[in-house]
Write a protein that binds this ligand. Structure first.
Ligand SMILES: Nc1ncnc2c1ncn2[C@@H]1O[C@H](COP(=O)(O)OP(=O)(O)OP(=O)(O)O)[C@@H](O)[C@H]1O
Ligand SMILES: [Mg+2]
Length: 266
């Protein structure tokens, strides 16, 4: 299944992506975690040191040139560049942190970093963007693994149609009017692109708040509530990783993930 995670800034998109990726790998699935945010924080949230971080695709003008305008093609731009080897070439392995769930061997998690597409680094922005889109399309349409895309805050990415082909959109929001309004905008834009399977993740919310959401237009019909995970708040002061929590916090998260996957039909 291919999932994009979107929502307003700071609502917990990266945390959610890291947690879901770990849960799925613990169930035995192979998972691609795709950092499509320019802030590049998914690797750290998954416990990767900066030194182990894979190079972002946007930082590889050599690859962009080689795949988009290959030698011997008279400088022609390839509309259908060869990308099937790139996920393995560009990614780094991530450690699965929680205990296994069920009898299957743990799956593999790999991190792929897209990076900011600008005209810096000697490349042309439209060429880097074409390769990035082709790579994302390959992962989403041609791989059987789970793919989780951690997106930039807001609606920009959806506007560019980068994630048009994913199966499901998780719209993360806090229980606040501004955050829910952005969630509604994200959900509407995604629906306009044909991505109608959507779930609202109400993060850091009490049951009272979840039961009393304002009647805003366009919010996804299904909502799953995630409470504040106190141990994460303490841990964040000393660690960028959101994984490796204690048993109580892990149990709380596992119950949430079970419920969420049920919503996704898994
Ligand atoms: N349920 C939760 N309980 C406790 N802390 C949380 C929870 N969800 C997220 N956080 C914390 O909130 C902060 C923001 O989360 P995160 O970085 O995942 O947000 P984001 O939406 O990806 O932000 P950005 O828009 O900057 O990419 C992090 O410090 C994270 O650890
Ligand atoms: Mg983030």
């Amino acid at each position: 299944m291919k999932i994009a995670v979107s929502g307003k800034g700071g609502v917990g998109k990266t945390t959610m992506t890291a947690w879901l990726g770990d849960y799925l790998a613990r169930q035995g699935h192979n998972v691609w975690l795709v950092d499509a945010d320019t802030a590049l924080s998914l690797g750290q949230a998954c416990g990767l040191d900066m030194a182990e971080m894979p190079t972002a695709l946007s930082q590889r003008p050599d690859l962009v040139q080689e795949r988009i305008r290959p030698a011997g093609q008279g400088g022609m731009m390839m509309l259908n560049p060869h990308v099937s080897d790139l996920p393995e070439v560009l990614s780094a392995p991530l450690k699965v942190c929680g205990p296994p769930l069920g009898d299957r061997a743990m799956g593999e998690k790999r991190l792929l970093v897209m990076g900011a597409v600008t005209s810096a680094n000697g490349g042309c922005a439209c060429e880097a963007s074409a390769l990035l889109k082709a790579l994302l399309a390959h992962l989403v349409l041609e791989r059987n693994d789970w793919v989780l895309v951690d997106m930039e805050a807001g609606v920009e990415h959806l506007g560019r149609g980068t994630v048009a082909h994913v199966d499901h959109l998780l719209v993360v929001s806090e229980p606040s009017m501004r955050s829910l309004q952005t969630a509604g905008q994200v959900a509407r834009m995604a629906a306009d692109l044909g991505l109608k399977k959507q779930t609202l993740i109400l993060n850091r919310a009490s049951t009272g708040q979840a039961d009393n959401l304002p009647a805003l237009e366009n919010l996804p019909n299904h909502c799953v509530r995630l409470p504040v995970i106190d141990q994460l708040r303490e841990k964040q002061l000393h660690s960028a990783s959101v994984l490796g929590l204690d048993l109580a916090a892990q149990g709380e998260l596992d119950a949430f993930m079970k419920n969420l996957l049920c919503q996704l039909g898994r």
